[in-house]
Design a protein around this ligand. Sequence first.
Ligand code: PLP
Length: 554
Amino acid sequence: MTNSILKRARSDIIEIKPYSSARSLYKKQPDMIFLDANECGFEPYIGAENLSHYPDQQPAQLTDTLCRLYDVSSRNMAVTRGADEAIDCLIRVFCVPYQDNIIICPPTFAMYEHSAGIQGIEVKNAPLTGNFALDTNLIKKESDQNTKLIFICSPNNPTGNLMNNEDILTLCNSFKDTALIVVDETYIEYSKNGASVLPNIENTPNLVVLRTLSKSYAAAGVRCGSTIAQKDIIDLILKILPPYPIPQPVVETVSKILTSDNLQRLTDKRADLLNRKQRFITKLKTIDIVETVYPSDANYVLIKVKDSKTFVQSCLQNNLIIRDQSYQFKLENCVRISIGSESEMDKLLAIMRDEELPALPKQRIATVNRITNETAISVRINLDTQSPITIKTGIGFYDHMLEQVAKHGGFSLELECDGDLEIDPHHTIEDCAIALGQALKKALGDKRGIVRYGFTVPMDEALAQATIDLSGRFYLKFDGNFPENMVGDLPTDMVKHVFRSFAENLQAALHISVEGENTHHMVEGCFKALGRSLCQAIRRDDGDNDLPSTKGAL
Ligand SMILES: *Cc1c(COP(=O)(O)O)cnc(C)c1O
């Protein structure tokens, strides 16, 4: 059965024959030889894979993963370059220039109006009510026989609130033979109470849902959006997509983002972000210039301040960018703030309180991303602040040990590792130590002003001692025998290994000795002592910019 809403699509688009690209005629199979599209038979650089030939129009590997993510069938899915391209395509398929119109519900996302404008399509406004809810009666009133699309954003950008799904379905019913209801669910993953309207797709011929990896999957740089609707609508969109719209690197990157482990990681990170948002909102409410904090179901908050222009300007002077929404309908003096890291939010709060921001010396920050066949690691280190410290290696006891190093070292350390723990913890432990040493070396930079040497005192029943010289030369001396083979999930024969990899990559001389009876105490003592030594060695002497060496280089 054909979807009756198709009658509302542009008749010329329905008639037009899809451009048959070389790759749409014959899908890639391993033993096929393709001499049909003037591609090259060799890869563009050493180590490149699958780049020399055009990708499929809709790479199956990608659509399959996205369909699993959103729990929809592949016949209901079109993948585009971000949700932005989907908005453009929907207007193109349904609206006849200089004749048809769309309805938007301001204040809302600016792209609907922008795309319509580019294509010569009129935009009718059915503003949200006082508390930013849909005004379904007004939408019906504004519509006419040339209304083809109604855009609804839920949670709405920039107001941050969810729309009522029953209102949305009522609209679908009212317009079932005349207009598409396009529900932009870019931020739905952040909503605690929000349910997607996706389960209604099969029963609702004129419902279209937009999703994207940009905002809730931390992948705005990838440009990967999904349009989900009944098959006939999807087929029309696929018909007008540009040739080979999904670059091969996007396909491969998305497959790394959407592994089940990483999805769990992203869920945890979203939860952290929402907690940060809650703390930020609590603090916002104590600030003088803030008049209203609007409820938010997304990763940003909309606030009304006394004078948005001055506020945005003073942020800018401090190198902090927020978005003034005053130009939007009913949003005078409102600004939208994305939730960033704790220290970024603290900086913003300090600006709002008009506090004197200390002129900090340039912070020693470094990131290292180290990827091998065995492990993928990212490390971020800031030697001039003490938080955050978050360590996720997959080995609980090792996390705890690296935490000791950063905590007692007095620096911020964020380390994540995805390693081949199914084989054994060896690679993960060693590679994390390598990456940590590299990051520390990078953060120390030219080492000007540092103290260079570190010392420590013994602690606990176990006597652990670590001394370090950030000399630029590697040396390790390790004295210690652990009574047990394992401590927690960490093999103790790896402990010496960790210090070796770390010192070698930091290019430091490290002497560690430990004696005692309890393996847990002995191991923990070593890591704590290392932290304490580092704490002293990496400090910068006040006002001192000298190199602590007569050689002139370290
Ligand atoms: C950011 C945003 C988009 C754009 O998504 P892309 O997938 O990056 O193109 C779409 N809709 C809303 C409401 C947005 O805020």
